[in-house]
Design a protein around this ligand. Structure first.
Ligand SMILES: Cc1cc2nc3c(=O)[nH]c(=O)nc-3n(C[C@H](O)[C@H](O)[C@H](O)COP(=O)(O)OP(=O)(O)OC[C@H]3O[C@@H](n4cnc5c(N)ncnc54)[C@H](O)[C@@H]3O)c2cc1C
Length: 558
């Protein structure tokens, strides 16, 4: 970026502007496969800084078309969503005021880490139930802009269900509050002679004129973060028009987020867990049908590969639990060790978690589940109190452990988050693992939210190996063809970023992608915000930016 421009930018805002190599290198990574170096990293101090930044880029865009702004919270995005080659707008340093909580609504800034946010909500016995597995690392800006989900999404749904209002900066630098509007409120908004008014007029037209097409395009899966969720904006029955439904999950491609109002739910005091070990996947559909009507809070799974690698690195793994934990987990996993030695590890481990405020009701649910499972004869095992931690630990920590333990191999998220009808798992997952097995350079495990049909396959690879790099687009093409054939979604939680945007055309077809492009044009006519994400993606660009060296997540606040 031109030195004069950098100086002008520096003078126009009160926050920090960095161009040193160390900062640029840090911010050229997120938790994805990619490396894209920004020209400048800006830490805006307050709302007016963000406004000035947007106005600065809007004003210079014509003469400097390469200028753009990419918002960043904690930088744990797995698809390259938070990296870009122009200006990285990092919210972690100054936008981290503790949330204010009124009733069950928390107002929160984008740079607040989830772990800090939760501490505050728990003081009121409230929780945001759609926190992701990266809960210790990520921040609220990323959760909202990715439409994140997690282990509790089976019962509670995803972030989109909880965002009541967002305060945002639009492409001309104006600040707007997006929230659900009734007919009269929408009419008032459409009369405005501002960019906000124009957005309402044009989005209303686009959505109402294409209403049936959009409703048909809505993916029939339990959770989805792919594309723009245009089908959720207008409810014909209630007349409510709600642009937060579009904003959440749009990856900062429509503007920058300053604050979000998020609904919280009461915490549950009691928990019971059932562990089901499956020798093969043949009864999986029936087991899912037995589990789901009992309304568990979460229904998670991991495969024999995950268990076997976790057992291989058992001491490191159990360290997380302390000495007592080590002892307890030693006892808990003894049968698994024996199965490992005799080559009889279960094919799949399922965890069903019931929560509530009445312990008797939970016990009844477990009893009912066991009764239902009896005819299927899976080996079932109940885990209560301390012992349950061992199983949760594998599901939660296996990814981190493998990443740190397997030498010269790194996590390569590129088919990391697909969603299908959970009943199809037994049919679809083996097809996908067969594709991976054709590439011996890829070590992989399968884990996921089985109740939602959402699976995380994140291979470990030596990224310097040319064969590995060449195989990534080949495997992606083959896997996403299968997902498409089974009417799934290419991403349930992690969102599109650089890696999946090129596959949106295959998932939704050209007419819907055209509406995505129109949406982007309406909000961001000069293409200021987070280019190549959601629209106009390029697989070649992504492949050209696969990183060559690897320090996993070293992001964040300076
Ligand atoms: C180990 C691990 C496990 C994970 N598990 C899950 C999981 O279970 N579920 C899940 O959903 N995800 C998961 N993720 C992915 C990621 O952690 C989440 O999506 C998380 O919510 C991103 O938060 P962040 O603060 O790191 O966002 P960032 O990476 O900083 O940003 C994410 C996106 O939001 C945009 N953005 C951020 N702030 C703003 C802003 N103020 N204005 C506009 N745009 C903005 C960015 O441009 C980017 O597109 C996981 C990642 C890792 C590394």
């Amino acid at each position: 970026m031109d030195q004069n421009l950098i100086e002008e930018l520096n003078k126009s805002i009160s926050g920090d502007v960095y161009t040193d190599d160390e900062t640029l290198t840090t911010y050229s990574h997120d938790a994805s496969l990619f490396e894209v170096k920004p020209q400048v990293v800006v830490f805006p101090k307050d709302d007016s800084d963000v406004v000035k930044l947007v106005k600065f880029v809007a004003m210079h865009k014509k003469d400097h078309p390469e200028l753009s702004l990419t918002g960043r919270a904690a930088g744990t995005d797995m698809g390259g969503g938070s990296i870009n080659d122009s200006i990285s707008v990092a919210f972690g340093k100054y936008f981290n005021r503790m949330p204010t909580i009124h009733g069950n609504i928390a107002s929160v800034q984008p740079g607040v880490f989830y772990r800090d946010f939760e501490k505050e909500t728990l003081k009121q016995n409230l929780i945001f139930p759609s926190y992701p597995a990266s809960r210790e690392l990520c921040a609220m800006g990323g959760i909202v802009n990715n439409n994140s989900g997690g282990e509790k999404s089976l019962r509670y749904g995803k972030t989109e269900r909880y965002v009541r209002k967002v305060k945002v900066v639009l492409a001309d630098g104006s600040v707007a509050e997006l929230r659900p509007l009734n007919k009269e409120e929408l009419e008032e908004k459409m009369k405005l002679k501002t960019l906000e008014g124009e957005i309402y007029r044009k989005m209303h037209k686009l959505i109402t004129e294409n209403y049936d097409l959009l409703q048909k395009a809505k993916p029939h899966v339990s959770k989805n973060s792919a594309g723009y969720f245009l089908w959720n904006v207008y409810d014909k029955e209630t007349g409510i028009f709600d642009l937060t439904k579009l904003w959440v999950g749009a990856q900062g491609t429509l503007g920058l987020l300053l604050e979000a109002d998020i609904e919280l739910v009461p915490t549950n005091h009691h928990r019971e867990m059932e562990i089901i070990f499956l020798k093969d996947l043949s009864h999986l559909g029936l087991i899912i049908d037995a589990v789901l009507p009992l309304k568990p809070e979460s229904f998670e799974s991991y495969d024999d590969n995950t268990l076997s690698l976790s057992l291989r690195f058992f001491p490191e793994f159990a360290q997380k639990l302390g000495i007592m934990g080590l002892l307890l987990s030693g006892i808990a996993f003894l049968p698994a060790f024996l199965q490992l030695l005799t080559g009889h590890l279960p094919k799949l481990i399922l965890q069903v978690d019931f929560t509530g405020n009445d312990p008797d009701e939970l016990k009844q649910k477990i009893a009912k589940l066991r009764e239902k499972l009896k005819p299927l004869h899976p080996t079932t095992k109940i885990a209560i109190d301390d012992k349950e931690k061992q199983y949760w630990l594998i599901r939660r920590e296996s990814f981190n452990l493998l990443r740190n333990k397997i030498r010269n191999k790194h996590t390569a998220p590129f088919i990391d988050d697909f969603v299908i009808d959970p009943h199809l798992m037994g049919e679809v997952v083996p097809q996908i693992t067969r594709i991976l097995k054709r590439h011996p350079q890829f070590i992989f495990t399968v884990a996921g939210h089985v109740g939602d049909g959402n699976f995380h396959i994140i291979p470990l690879v030596d990224i310097k190996n040319k064969k590995v790099r060449e195989a990534i687009p080949v495997i992606s093409d083959q896997v996403y063809k299968i997902i498409h054939k089974y009417h799934g979604s290419i991403t349930g939680e992690h969102n599109d970023g650089l890696i999946r945007t090129p596959y949106l055309r295959e998932m939704y077809g050209p007419d819907i992608v055209h509406l995505f492009e129109k949406t982007k044009e309406i909000f961001d006519p000069q293409s200021i915000f987070n280019p190549r994400k959601k629209v106009h993606g390029s697989l070649q660009y992504a492949m050209d930016h696969i990183r060559t060296n690897w320090n996993f997540i070293n992001t964040n606040v300076k």
